[in-house]
Design a protein around this ligand. Sequence first.
Ligand SMILES: *Cc1c(COP(=O)(O)O)cnc(C)c1O
Length: 407
Amino acid sequence: MGKVLGSDSIYDELDIPTVINATGTKTRIGGSRIRPEAVEAMNRAADSFVSISDLQATASEHITEITGSEAGYVASGASACLVLGAAAALAGDDVSRMNSLPNTDGFPDEIIMPRTHRTGYDHAFRTAGATIVDVGTNDKHLGTGSTNTEPWEIESAITEETAAIGYVEKSYTEPPLEVVTEIAHEHDVPVIVDAAAELPPKENFSRFVDAGADLVVFSGGKAIRGPQTTGILAGRQDLIESVALQHLDMHAASEVWDPPSNLIDPNRVNRVPRQGIGRSMKVGKEELVGLLVALDEFIAEDYTEKRREWRQTAEYIADTLENLDGFVSEITPGNDVSVSPEVTVRIDPAAAALSATELTGALRSETPRVFVGADRLDEDTITINPMCLEGDEVEYFLDRIRAHATS
Ligand SMILES: *Cc1c(COP(=O)(O)O)cnc(C)c1O
């Protein structure tokens, strides 16, 4: 495998420069390389019509098996899944509430979040109509105290207006998920967990469900390497039912409405809702099938072997770059901010031919564009993630850095 540089690309035909990706699974440069098995399955899925309800019912069974949850669902990305999860928490099985979202006049609409869990992605909760109530402080991050958000702060924020608790899963997030779900369940409030990028290891599929999460969200387009426009929701049957009712195409005559029985109980829902807030986040049959096949492949993959390969590539890159004037590289083990080991390279602006910022900018404006991680430029540091580098891209990438650093 491995893409050969200079081979024909559709982007050449469109006159758009391609990207050599040394920064990992980033949506803005296309996420990950979708698995060839998934692409093939998508081609085949395009050939026939199928009821999307049937397909979502089967997806639910797959997701249930993998995660141990009661039910599962697929939408157009982890972010879309967060919108739908919030919509389910806000509306429950009340069709008139579904109909009014994102307007929440007259019913509870607050999602409590530890302040240290706030991210740009929580816009998704607000998209559904929720108001985010963040609690606690940033003391630990700022060094102004020893604690982040405390469990009692979450508990005391729960009121009649609370619809859910939002939790962003990282190996270092506090308080632990088990503690938060216990508090939430004492008050009958669901916990929605954003675990979009927390795969691999595949054990994480069930970890957060086991820790009591009512809904967990994973991205289908990151390490799973399914279609970019897919995300997975796993969780409680009643919440997934609400998700399905707010996402499936509802242009259905009530006399012939035949919802998937493992997702929707028509006895609980006394009428056919209208198109819901999720309609703008639909997934096609091709993406849905592509995701299911990618999931199987992801689960069959030997992650230990993958990590060993990534580690080897990272070490090779680190060793090579060490030889350049002013470059000091170090390997971070992964499992922390990235699922793969990463190389961090500090570039001493006084000793190197150019600064980290200049190098990053120069690489990006080449053809093909070369992307390195730029989140730490303020520390004169670039990061290199080997996950998305294949075949001769590693050598090409090192050559380009060398060209700038020695000129
Ligand atoms: C990537 C990411 C998302 C969004 O995932 P998509 O599948 O691209 O919608 C949401 N939350 C977190 C924490 C992420 O890392």
